[in-house]
Every structure is written in C-alpha cells, then in structure tokens.
Write a protein that binds this ligand. Sequence first.
Ligand code: CR6
Length: 794
Amino acid sequence: MTDLTAPQLKADILRHLTYTLGKDAPHASRYDWRMALSFAIRDRIVEPWFASTRKTWETGHKRVYYLSMEFLIGRLLEDATINLGLRDLAEAAMGDLGQDFRAIVEDEPDAALGNGGLGRLAACFMESMATVGCPAYGYGIRYEHGLFRQRFEQGRQVEAPEDWLTQRHPWEFERPEAAYTIGFKGHLETRAGREVWVPGETVLAEAYDTPVIGWQGKWANTLRLWSAKSTTLFDLDRFNRGDYAAAAEPEALARTLSRVLYPDDTTYQGKELRLKQEFFLTSAALQDILRRFTAGGHALRDLPKHVAIQMNDTHPAIAGPELIRLLVDDHGMEFSDAMETARACLGYTNHTLLPEALERWATYTFGNILPRHMQIVERIDGWHRETYPSRPHWVGIVKHHEVRMGELAVIMSHKVNGVSALHSDLVKKNLFSELEALHPRIVNQTNGVTPRRWLKMCNRPLAGLITETLGDGWESDLDRLRGLEPHVGDKGFLKAFGAAKRQNKVALAGWIKDHCGVSVSADALFDVQVKRVHEYKRQLLNILDTIARYHDIRQNPGATWVPRVKIFGGKAAPGYAVAKEIIHLINDVAQVVNNDPVVGDRLKVVYPENYNVSLAERLIPAADLSEQISTAGKEASGTGNMKFMMNGAPTIGTLDGANVEILQEVGAENFFLFGLTAEEVGPRRANPDHARDAILASQSLQDVLQMIAEGRFSPEDPGRYHQLVHRVWHHDYFLVASDFEAYRTAQAEVDRAYADQARWLKMAALNTARSGFFSSDRTIRGYMKDIWNVTSAL
Ligand code: CR6
C-alpha cells in the first residue's frame, strides 16, 4: 500500500493536468480532471507492476496466460483507487480541487469488451489473479467498438455503435515494439521435407498493456490487448496519383480485424472474420509467450514447467494447432513431442452446453483461412484415433466437413473444466462423455466474482457495516463473512443492514426517476432480473408473472398488496428476433402498468436502457430479490446470481448452474426455489402436449395469454404478439408454461416473506454472510491447484 498524502496526490493531479494534458486548471473540463486523476493513480500502479514482473523473472516462477476473446472490464478508476487504498484520499483531493469525485468517476466510459458473463468472469479473474499473487497475463483483443449501445424506440431495441476509444484510454501503455505478424490464407510448400506455410495475407498485431492491480496493491499483472495494424505501409504511389481512398485501403482492411466485438454470446455465425479474429488473438499471444519463454533461455520441451495457457471457451481453441505449428514449423520440434508439450500447457474452460454455441467451422472456410492448421488438425485427429483405438467412429474433431472446436479443445488440453458443479457434471455425462471415457480430464471450477468491485466498491453502505462488524480483511478472505451470522439475531445489526439496503434503494429510485421517468417507492420490493436477454433465461416467464400480478391487482385493488418494482435490464443480440420481441413486450407492459391509476404504487415495471457493468453496480446493491429463473440445465453457472447474494438479495430461482450451490450454501429457508429440475426437463418436453396441458391447468396463465393476444399491451397494434402467444402454446421449448404456476407460488412466498420485515432482513443478511464461497479468489486458487499447477508468488 502506498503512504501517499492528500497534498501529494493533489500535486500529482495538477502536474498531470499541466504537463500531460497541457491544461490550466481554470479551463480544465471534467474529462481533463478525470484524465489527470487517472494518470496520478496509474503512477501508483506502475511500481508494484514492475516489482511483480521483476520478481517473476528472478524466481523463474511459472506464469499463467489467460486467452479470452472477451474482457468485460467496465470502469477502472474507482476500482484502482479502492485496491490501492486511495479511494477516500482521491475523493478528498478532488474535492479540494473543486471537483466532484462521483461525477468524475461516472465520466469514465465502460470498457465493454465483452458480451456478458464469460467476459465479466475474465475481468474478475484478472483482478483475483493479481490479488492472490498468481503471475499472469490476460490476452485479448483491443476492440475499437465494444458491445453496442442499446436504446429503446417505442419500446423496441435499437443498437448504436459503442465508441469508448474516441476518448483517450488512460490505463493502457502502447507497445509498438511488441508486434507480431499474423498470417492468413495462402498456400503450403514442401521445403527440405518440411511443410512451409506461405500466407497470402498478413496483418500486424500490436500490443497495448493495461496493468491490473490486486487488492492492497501487493501484486500487479498485465492485460495485453492486441490491435490490428497493416503490415504494408500507406500506398504513396496511389496517393500521389490522387487515389486517396485506395491509398488508405491496406490500413483500413487490417483494422477491421480488431474493429468490433461480435455481439452474440450463445450462437456463432460461422463468419470468416470471426475465425480470423480468433486466430489473430491466439497467434499473437502464443508468439509472445514463446518469445518471452525463449528469452529466458529455456528449452522448449520445458514449456509446461513454466507456462500454463487457459482457453476461455472454444474461441481460442485454435491455440492447440497453432502452438504445434510454432513448435514444429518454426522451432523444429517433432510432432509427437510438440503434441505432448502443447497438451501439458493447455487447459480449456467450457462455458455452455447449448449446441448452437459450440463452434464448428466448415472445413472449407477453415482450410481456406488457415491451410496449415487444417493439416495439423487432421494430424491431431489421426493421432487421437490411433492412440485411442476404442474411439467410437462418431467421435472426433473433423466430422461431416466441419472442424469441431469443442472436441479439438478437449483433445488438446490436459484439463477441461466446467463452471459450476451441475454444469461440469453435465459436460462429463452428456457433452463430452465419450472423450471423458477415453481419457478422464474434466474437473469443476465453480465461477466466482471479485468482492472488491462487487461489494466493497459498489455497495459502500453495506461494506462499511461489514467492516464495522468484522474489522478489516474480509475483502481478501471472503469466508470471514460467516462472522456476520451470529449478528443476524441482533436487532441493531439487522436494522443497520436494512438501513444500508434502503440507502441504496433510495439512490436507485432517484436515478430511475431521472433516467426512466418513473416514480418508484423505496418501500416497494425491488425485484431485479438483469442479464442478456435470451429465451433460456426466461425473461418471458418473469413478464408473464408480472402481467398476472397486474391482472390480480386490478381484480382486487383493495386487498393488501406487497408493492413491487419489477426491474429488467439487458441486451438482445441484434439478430435475435425472439429476444427482441420479449424486450418490446416488457416495455409495452411497463407503459400500461405504470400509467394505470388503479395500480398505483402496488406495481411498477422499469427497464433502463443499455445495461452494462456500471449499471449493474448501481442495480445490484439496491435489489431485494434476485431473479435466476433459467430452464434447468441451460445456464452453465451464472455470476450475477453470486453478486446479488453477496449484496444481500435472496434468490428466486431454479435448480440450475451455480444456483444449486447458492442454495446449498444459504439453505432452503433463505432461497425461493421452484421449477422443473434438469432431469425432469427432458421427460416433460417429450410430452408433445406439455405447454397446452400446463396452460389449461392454469386459469391465471390463460388470462395472461388472453390479455396479450387481445392487444391489451399494444392497443395501437393488437396483433403484435400473436406469434409470441402462439409460441407459448405450441413451441414452448424452454418450458415457460410448465414452470409458470410453480413460479407464481414461489413469488407469493416472496410476498409473504417480505411482509415480515424482520424475517426478510434476516434472510438477506444470511445471504451476504454465506456468500464467501463465491469469491473469485476461491475460484482462482482452484485453477492454480487443479489445472495450472502454479503457486502464489506473494
Ligand atoms: N453466457 C454462461 O452462459 C456463465 C458464463 C461464465 C456463459 C453463463 O452461465 O456464468 O458463461 N457462457 O462462465 C458463454 O458465454 C458461452 C455466458 O456468459
């Protein structure tokens, strides 16, 4: 930790304002002040960063390389001040300079280089690796445009490009000296009995480094993001001939590689550009790893002793063949040795069972873009067939003219992991059962989230209460939250717990008023479902239940109602029409419900635009209830569920993903469980009348579907949701109808529990107290021990 004083920090800020930004204080904008503060804080990261790198070199410590197409970082300024122990000092210094710290913090655009859980997990992992002192590099792509910005126009989602890099990004260091050539296409030649790949196109991958500082500044790692540049210079000849557009063409073409993040997390499109992006990241990372490793003077066969490479989903699964290519073609290793070396280094994390998400490339596309890799993949497949002669004929990497990246990743890894106990089990039993039988290697590492960002930073009232109650140190030893349990019987503590939650709710209510134009009461139950919009996550189930509640309130407004605010947040992939229709419906329902005088404060529906990391930091601390209602067997883990739990919001949920472990930790009396289990889902679906049966058995669901079909929420276009209603009746793959009544019953139980505030607060506090297991520090220690075989360097 640094022993910086307020006057020193102030002097640093003013120095950067003057000499880095060239601004005089009276003329400085909020942006200038933010930059000056960010640079002053970054200065404090550089030394621990150098010290960590030096120590890793000197001790020859093993390093972890985390390859991920997504890092959903969010804002960095406040997070950095928290980990350096400078947050309050920074606030005071800015105050002295006449600046509002909160406003400065919120001026920072989110680095949204990811879609959802997978990308945010990678960001939490980076922070936890730095906290526990695991020497590591994260490798990703420096997308010019992160995930699109979402707006609603008459309730419909409209996408606009995101442009975080139009402003200066103060956390990164450009490294023009660290650049690698990445090849595509071309042909193969045999020279001196060896295959030589002659690429037809090349681009340059240039590194940008962002230091990632751990808790209390004890260790820092590097997030290295690659940006694509042209290998051919600006075409001066063409420029001189007046052909300006053509002169800039090589640069423009190259840059498309790192231009934009694909906005789909659960389906792949099989697009050439995506495969190119994946290879771009992977090849640059592996070349960098080998360069660093050989600079250390080691023999390449010793790579696994010093290097662990983790593939975050199949996106970087080309790492297997690419590592073999580099070892064999560039370094002259024998194929079998290269296989052994590569497999001992590589690990693969599977994040989904959804078949549409498991990447497969047409051999035509794959072979065209990566001809040498196609050869190597076939060689790997042949090797695998010979090594495991009992392999069933339908198993393997290349099948039906497709390269299956899941199988490739499994075969090339020494360990494969799922992301929750249930998910890992299903990966073993269903997804890769044949491969697992041939060579067992699947393990579980239940996801986690960093408690620094997701409790300490985003929920100051609660974090303050925890520190008051337990003292310091819980932030890096989250199991200590168990120490809160003895206090949940104490009225004073519960009152303080309730006051912290209320403070967050009041703040959120103000924000909702300003940003959504809806007045909500902080006394209402804040019921929150925030995540990507997808049929399997069943936002539809939630809005159908909301309509049922609306209907009941209108039937009987005089009854005692527990007031609710239904809060939704999340984006739909731009090409996912059904998900967009659900968003439209939610917004249409909100219009009707929020303007119905009969309903008043008993029910409100809000759907703020553009859900992102920063909005999550605002919503989650203010939530009373966490909606985790996916069709069982579909959500690999979830990580939002963990954040809600930590922030004292009990879950209403199915037995899916990490919900299973949350239930186990918190106890059934503190969790609102409902719905079919993963085992029941299959048999239920096998009944062709499952939806019809469920609808006919529920008067409430019939009423709800009738209201939608009649156009009650779309009076200007009564037929708008005919298709949606038709799908519930006839194509209800995600079993919304089948789980509807159970969900309603669980929601009624929520009302009863909330009406008894003493009971509710106890539940909420126990959720926080028992959330220690879900720290990503625990997850990272698991990877270090079970997969990476690396120790802490602290
Ligand atoms: N969409 C899973 O669906 C999991 C995260 C992180 C997901 C989600 O349940 O928590 O990964 N999968 O492990 C993919 O992105 C492929 C996700 O975020």
